[in-house]
Write a protein that binds this ligand. Structure first.
Ligand code: SF4
Ligand code: SF4
Length: 56
């Protein structure tokens, strides 16, 4: 299951920089993960200061 970013996201951009496959981009008010690209490595969840990315 791909990771998804919750509304807790404060749009800091750290996860996008950490993602090895560039699956994360800035969306409307928060960052978003492209489920087609995500390889479920968990780097975004480890990097996020507010724990917004989680596996569905
Ligand atoms: Fe990118 Fe890994 Fe997060 Fe998927 S789990 S969005 S591949 S950092
Ligand atoms: Fe949002 Fe967390 Fe990514 Fe920062 S690291 S943009 S708070 S999901």
């Amino acid at each position: 299951m791909a990771y998804k970013i919750s509304d807790e996201c404060i749009s800091c951009g750290a996860c996008a920089a950490a993602c090895p496959v560039s699956a994360i981009s800035e969306g409307d008010g928060k960052y978003e993960i492209n489920p087609e690209t995500c390889i479920e490595c968990g780097a975004c969840a480890e990097t996020c200061p507010v724990g917004a990315p989680a596996q569905e």
